[in-house]
Each structure stands twice: as structure tokens, then as C-alpha cells.
Design a binder for this molecule. Structure first.
Ligand SMILES: [Zn+2]
Length: 190
């Protein structure tokens, strides 16, 4: 499977990346836009007024509901990360944004392999047996141009920090600290 624009799984991946990288304000805007879209589609369905066929409208509704859930999860994750930072403030000069940005410059393929998940190059992507469930053929793909990973089976995905967080059941800040311990981050003194 390759990344093709217009392909539903690609759209989901891009949407997920957009949600993860959105600022808080953008996240609110995305949620508002999706809610309006959802209300319109539900209205169409209730009024029996749609240009597409009914299954298409229902699929559209399910898709938007799925996206809204992703937005809600992201908001919740951020809230948890902030609570965690408030509970354990650490060094007040710790600049998390800079450190998260620096982590995005890390070679994601090398880092994921350092975390014990071997990857094989196939086409433009790197593939692995997904560590988050049982499978025999690799469905976890790493896109080095976008520095993201995505599993086509379980639909988990995100950046390197998300990967470490999922793998070791950490929140974003814990995962960042963990990665900083074990990986050389370009431009950051050890
Ligand atoms: Zn998976």
C-alpha cells in the first residue's frame, strides 16, 4: 500500500497529523467546522434531502463522527499533558515546544528501530510488524518525508513522540523525556 492523495486511509492519516499538529485555537476551529458539517449532513438525512445516495450520506456522517472523536481525544491528551506538567513542573525554564520541535528533526526510522521495531524499506515507505497488536504481515508504515507513522490495521499513528508514548504507555512529556535519554537529538546538546 502506498500513500495516495484521495485514498481514504491517506485522508485519515493527514487528518490525524493535522489534528496532532494543530494549535489549540486551530483545534477549536476544526471541531467547530466538523460540527457544522455534521449538523448539515444530519439535517439532510432527516429531511430526506440529499444529492448523493443515502449510504454515502451515512458514511459521511460516520466519517465526521470519527474525526470529531479524534479531536476530542487530542484535546483530552493535551489536557492530561498539561495537568501532568502542572503536577510535576520540573525546571520552570524547560522549553517543551522547542524540545518537541527538535524531536521532529530526529531520523524517525532509526529511532523507531532503536525502540525495538525493525523496519524494512518498500517503495517510498518503511514497513514493520505493528507492535500494538498481533499480525503476520507488516501494516505499520513510516513516511520519512512527513516524519509520521501509521498502522493500516489498527489505525494508530502519529509522530515519534506518539510512537514512544503508545509503546511505553507514557504521556507526551514523559515520552519526550524518555526519547531524549536514548536518542541523539540534532541541535540539542546532550
Ligand atoms: Zn497496528
Amino acid at each position: 500500500m502506498t500513500i495516495t492523495i484521495g485514498d481514504p486511509s491517506t485522508r485519515r492519516l493527514l487528518q490525524r497529523v493535522a489534528v496532532e499538529r494543530a494549535t489549540d485555537l486551530e483545534l477549536v476551529a476544526i471541531e467547530a467546522e466538523l460540527s457544522v458539517e455534521l449538523a448539515l449532513l444530519r439535517g439532510d438525512l432527516a429531511a430526506n434531502d440529499f444529492s448523493d445516495d443515502e449510504p454515502t450520506v451515512r458514511n459521511g456522517i460516520a466519517y465526521i463522527e470519527h474525526q470529531l472523536e479524534a479531536v476530542a481525544r487530542q484535546a483530552e491528551r493535551r489536557l492530561r499533558a498539561r495537568r501532568w506538567m502542572t503536577a510535576f513542573p520540573g525546571d520552570p525554564h524547560e522549553d517543551f515546544q522547542t524540545r518537541f520541535d527538535a524531536m521532529r528533526r530526529v531520523d524517525i526510522v532509526e529511532a523507531i528501530q532503536t525502540l525495538g521495531v525493525p523496519l524494512k524499506k518498500r517503495g517510498r515507505e518503511w514497513w514493520a510488524i505493528c507492535p500494538f497488536h498481533h499480525e503476520k504481515t507488516p501494516s505499520l508504515a513510516v513516511n520519512i518525508e512527513k516524519d509520521v507513522w501509521h498502522c493500516h490495521s489498527c489505525h494508530r499513528g502519529g509522530d515519534l513522540v506518539t510512537f514512544a508514548a503508545e509503546r511505553y504507555h507514557l504521556n507526551a512529556v514523559e515520552a519526550l523525556r524518555f526519547l531524549e535519554e536514548i536518542i541523539d537529538v540534532p541541535g540539542v546538546a546532550a
